[in-house]
Write a protein that binds this ligand. Structure first.
Ligand SMILES: [Zn+2]
Length: 63
């Protein structure tokens, strides 16, 4: 059973990922500290980053 990285959408390999438990009880799994940092600290949109599986070609429209 594998986890999916909450940020980039790639599979998280067992033992190599990072698990982040939020105060509300939900658990976020990340494939790397890079993804964790991008989501929690930098608050970036994975759809705008080419190295994520969620990247939308051409970019997304943001209001
Ligand atoms: Zn990731």
């Amino acid at each position: 059973m594998s986890q999916i990285c909450k940020f980039c959408g790639n599979a998280v390999l067992l033992g190599s990922g990072t698990i982040f438990a939020k105060n509300d009880g939900s658990v976020l799994s990340f494939c790397s500290s890079k993804c964790k940092k991008n989501m929690l600290v930098l608050k970036r949109d994975p759809r705008k980053l080419k190295w994520t599986a969620k990247y939308v070609k051409g970019g997304i429209k943001v209001r």
